[in-house]
Design a protein around this ligand. Structure first.
Ligand code: PLP
Ligand code: COI
Length: 342
């Protein structure tokens, strides 16, 4: 018998909380094994595992929502499975079969059903699939054995302001990734490489760093752990770049914008163009759409005030509401983005 949960769902931070189970699967002798269910928070690994020494680690982030009808919906499960395969190929790791990924995510959500926050609390169940190189190697080479696991944890908003304005900054002394490097894959090293800039930004009171393209420092790239979009004269604009993660939330917003008759442009966005935008937001699974009030270019001293009337803009608000409505089953899922957990 499990203890009763005593969680204040509407006040959840974006953080780790212990849940009942996680699921694991090992790739050994050239094949994936059986799915294992575990109630341990620990893993046993070799001290010379390639993930520990040479960064063979990739992950995903997606969410499950308790809908208005009481059903649990996982948002864009298939897309996340596909992206994880891209990351695996990028890091010379073993790609996880899409069916295995989907089966394990569905299983771990079902096993932890009581941690899916109630409808109306604004919280969701964050799902974190993770693959690591397990076999020992001191020479720099790819592993022959891998562990794929999925953990879940209930979360609230990533940026403390939720759907309130947040300020971000540009720090020209830092790059997160190289121009043709690992930015397009979801690997831990990218986040380690962005930590110093993130810490500096936080110490100055900003919620995130808006990274510029690492080749020329002329164009916008992405916004800490999220993509970036802006609204300029009614058009949805978002950076085209080979050094950013192809955000599934951003892709969804682009589709929703088109559905609403809003023109979408994915292209290079020069920093100075921020002067001409009326709305801007950080977008991602964790960030959803976090509207941006002001963007400060710390090294040039230039401040771009985006939300001139001090509140989230109308198009960002419409897009956010529409995405949430699909995730919570309040609006028809015309693009089949949600997988219902039976
Ligand atoms: N960019 C980075 C670096 C991220 O970590 C994330 C989060 O997953 C995103 C963008 C947003 O991607 P998605 O919308 O698929 O969550
Ligand atoms: C997500 O939005 O899922 C992310 O992975 C962002 C994060 C690193 C917390």
């Amino acid at each position: 018998m499990k203890e009763n949960l005593n969680i204040d769902w509407s006040k959840l931070p974006f953080d780790y909380m212990r849940t009942d189970y996680n699921v694991r699967c090992y790739f050994e002798n050239g094949k994936w094994g059986d799915i294992e269910v575990s109630d341990s928070e620990n893993i046993n690994m070799h001290i010379a595992a390639t993930s520990l020494h040479y960064g063979q680690e990739i992950f995903e982030g997606l969410k499950a929502f308790r809908g208005v009808d009481g059903k649990i919906r996982i948002f864009r499960l298939h897309e996340n499975a596909m992206r994880m395969r891209e990351s695996a190929t990028g890091l010379c790791m073993e790609p996880i079969p899409v069916e295995l990924f989907e089966e394990m995510v569905l299983k771990v959500v079902k096993l932890n059903e009581r941690f899916v926050p109630p409808y109306g609390t604004g919280a969701s169940l964050y799902i974190r699939p993770l693959e690591i190189g397990m076999s020992a190697s001191v020479g720099v080479r790819k592993a022959s054995e891998y562990l794929f696991m999925v953990l879940v944890t209930p979360v609230g908003p990533y940026f403390k302001t939720g759907f309130g304005l947040t300020n971000i900054c540009i720090l020209r002394e830092f790059d997160r990734v190289a121009p043709k490097g690992t930015g397009r894959w979801k690997t831990g090293g990218n986040y380690a490489a962005g930590l110093a800039a993130g810490e500096l930004a936080h110490s100055k009171g900003y919620s995130a760093v808006l990274f510029l393209d690492p080749r020329e420092k002329k164009y916008l790239d992405e916004c800490g752990p999220a993509n970036f979009f802006a609204i300029k004269d009614g058009v949805y604009i978002t950076p085209q770049s080979e050094s950013i993660l192809p955000s599934i939330t951003n892709k969804s917003f682009m589709q929703l914008a088109e559905d609403m008759g809003i023109k979408v442009e994915q292209r290079h966005i020069p920093v100075e163009e921020l002067e001409e935008v009326q709305e801007a937001a950080a977008c991602g699974t964790a960030a959803v759409a976090s509207p941006i009030g002001e963007i400060d270019d710390i090294d040039t001293g230039h401040k771009y005030v985006i939300a001139k009337d001090g509140k989230p803009g109308p198009i960002t608000t419409r897009l956010y509401n529409s995405l949430r409505a699909i995730q919570y089953g309040e609006q028809p899922d015309v693009h089949n983005w949600c997988t219902i957990v039976e």
